[in-house]
Design a protein around this ligand. Sequence first.
Ligand code: ACO
Length: 155
Amino acid sequence: MTKLKLHIKPIANKEEIPFDLLELADPSRSQINSYLNKGFCFIGCVESKTVGVLVLNKISSTVIEIKNIAVKDTEQGKGFGKALLKYSEKISQELGFEKLIIGTGNSSIGQLALYQKEGFEIDRIEKNFFLNNYTKPIFENGIQCKHMVILEKKL
Ligand code: ACO
């Protein structure tokens, strides 16, 4: 079977923002809006259909963060998440950043596996981040999501 290529591009206008995909990664619309307003948003398309999204926020002159990365449920496990991570690295390097960071919940086992497979190293844990910043409890893999695990990759 031929592998389909993901075409990644910056969003051209606000109507293109795929909130349904952003909400797969983050249940809080207010958090999403706050980092969308500060950052760069990209979509990943296959044969003109949007299947992935990526939001990057500048943290400092040297550090940039992946605030949201998501792939449509039916398209997961096909390598598109890895393609979005690789694109994040490339664009961040081109913009002159030295470090790329990404945070995920303590309960996000698959995501923690993926990011480490892609060369990210655990840097620190923000204790109780999800308890303090989200109104509803989040559960994944039978584990309550309480803490933010922050991983980093030197570019
Ligand atoms: N154990 C080991 N490896 C795992 C596990 C696990 N439990 N779960 C997934 N993986 C690995 C897979 O084996 C695969 O690696 P491999 O190719 O070496 O086998 C890899 O993770 C998945 O790779 P892709 O197919 O490229 O990823 P996908 O297209 O499914 O996208 C993503 C990954 C973005 C996390 C997707 O699953 C998704 O959208 N999930 C819902 C939203 C989400 O949780 N987003 C991230 C939140 S954190 C944030 O946004 C900053």
